[in-house]
Design a protein around this ligand. Structure first.
Ligand SMILES: Cc1ncc(COP(=O)(O)O)c(C=O)c1O
Length: 400
């Protein structure tokens, strides 16, 4: 397993601006290959799909290659890859569709660990159809989402369990497979938010037990495109609203209007970028993605320990997030400074971080941070290095 961060950083034009990009949890930079793939699509000439001329055919090929790339990234079938603008839009669309058959007495389970994009669409859909919402609680002290509680929460009336594969603020990676097993035993579907997990770990939707898995390419070096992947046979059972002349098949009937074709070329390039992060591995792209993401996980875990140890040593810093398994994302407050002030100080030191609840709105409430401006979020991705971490630590130390 090799990880050459110098080589990786050289692939990203934006990283030469002198800033430390610790804002990857809100969106990553794009490597030159992704930028070129998008520009290349426009340069070659693209048209809308379904026409009889070559430029239209090129867009059709881009869509097919994008579905295959996302299948390679997640372990799904390309025929079950739904493409859209972002995870939130697609989740609302699926909530609208799935909830059609819900009624009084039916139940859905959401978690307080999740980003609001995997909570509110389900809560609002349940309210529209008279279904009951049950809440899985995050433990305040450990920020774990104990899987054992799902035994109590799930019953034969449960229709859907929505849970994140990783918290976008405290990084907690719950035992999704155990939760999915409990859900499936009761006949419920499992909707997994993979937006924060996908950039950090190898993903296998079947091993997770995810009936639906959402992820957004802009969190893993791609353009602003989202996807939800599912078993095509499951999608066949669902009828989303669609225009009369629009594609009736799967997955096309879940996609609305004209796609961002050039960006989709960038998504495939981003998956190829991830697959090439460990150049020592060979094999199919799926095999290279799995091996490269294992190398990424190991590299980020090591770098994250440096960040956490440094922050934990500062008396003026309060760290949130103690889960045993977590993505490399730190969430902290700084005594005497609002999160906005602290982030502003870091920006002046050329360190990009986020402040606020980052839409983990329920969790911010659990942690008592919702009304005080949230916290500072500093997250690592595979292009960050020790210099980024050390600059963050030096700048936070100045606030003491
Ligand atoms: C964990 C998580 N889920 C969902 C979302 C929403 O994703 P999108 O912006 O693609 O709608 C985000 C975005 O920050 C996120 O971090």
């Amino acid at each position: 397993m090799t990880f050459d961060v110098k080589r990786v950083r050289a692939a990203y034009p934006a990283l030469s601006d002198g800033y430390s990009y610790l804002d990857g949890a809100a969106g990553t930079q794009a490597p030159a290959t992704v930028i070129e793939a998008i520009a290349g699509a426009y340069r070659a000439g693209i048209g809308n799909v379904g026409g009889v001329f070559p430029a239209s055919g090129r867009s059709g090929s881009i869509v097919a290659e994008c579905r295959q790339a996302l299948a390679d990234l997640t372990g799904a079938s390309p025929d079950g890859v739904i493409l859209g603008p972002n995870m939130t839009t697609l989740t609302y669309r699926l909530a609208e569709t799935l909830s059609r058959s819900w009624g009084p007495g039916d139940e859905v389970v959401v978690s307080r660990l999740d980003h609001d994009a995997n909570i509110r669409p389900w809560v609002q859909a349940a309210a529209r159809h008279g279904a009951t919402v049950r809440w899985a609680e995050a433990d305040v002290a450990t920020t774990e989402l104990p899987a054992a509680q799902y035994g109590e929460l799930i019953c034969e009336r449960t229709r859907l369990v929505a849970v994140t594969a990783a918290s976008n603020v405290v990084g907690t990676r719950p035992d999704v497979a155990a939760i999915a097993t409990a859900a499936h035993a009761a006949g419920a579907a499992v909707y997994v938010d993979g937006v924060h997990a996908t950039p950090h770990v190898p993903v296998d939707v079947r091993a997770l037990g995810a009936d639906f898995y959402g992820t957004s390419a802009y969190k893993w070096s791609g353009p602003h495109i989202g996807t939800v992947v599912a078993d095509p046979a499951l999608l066949e059972t669902l009828q989303p609203d669609r225009l009369a002349p629009a594609p009736a098949g799967v997955p096309g009937r879940f996609e609305r209007g004209t796609a961002a074709f050039a960006d989709l070329a960038g998504v495939a390039a981003a998956v190829e970028h991830l697959a090439s992060l460990d150049p020592a591995v060979s094999g199919s792209r799926r095999e290279r993605v799995l091996a490269s993401m294992a190398a990424v996980e190991e590299y980020e875990t090591r770098l994250f320990a440096r960040m956490l140890d440094g922050l934990a040593a500062m008396e003026h810093v309060t760290l949130y997030g103690r889960a045993a398994r977590r993505a490399p994302t730190a969430f902290f407050t700084v005594a005497g400074h609002t999160p906005g002030q602290a982030a502003g100080h870091l920006a002046a030191r050329q360190v990009n971080v986020w402040n606020g609840d980052n839409y983990a709105w329920e969790l911010a409430g659990v942690l008592g941070l919702r009304d005080s401006g949230g916290a500072v979020r500093a997250g690592l991705v595979h292009y960050n290095d020790e210099a980024d971490v050390d600059r963050l630590l030096a700048a936070v130390a100045e606030l003491g």
